[in-house]
Design a protein around this ligand. Structure first.
Ligand SMILES: [Cu+2]
Length: 70
């Protein structure tokens, strides 16, 4: 398990962070997902192939209208 720390642009309220949390939690390799719209951060644990799974998380967040910048 590896901790993934993301900076996410475009979140304005609690429903933004809930939408990202719901989407990211659908992956079976994520756990302890914490998305903070005020800080613009996303933190979670990733199991398995970190680089590949990180890419899947980033793509999923970008696809629902936010932007992972880091
Ligand atoms: Cu919002």
């Amino acid at each position: 398990m590896t901790k993934l720390d993301l900076k996410i642009e475009g979140m304005t309220c609690g429903s933004c962070s809930r939408a990202i949390t719901a989407r990211v939690s659908k992956f079976d390799f994520t756990s302890d997902v914490e998305i903070d719209h005020e800080a613009g951060t996303g933190v979670m644990n990733i199991s398995g192939d970190f680089e590949n799974n990180r890419t899947q998380v980033v793509n999923a967040i970008n696809k629902i209208g936010y932007k992972v910048v880091e």
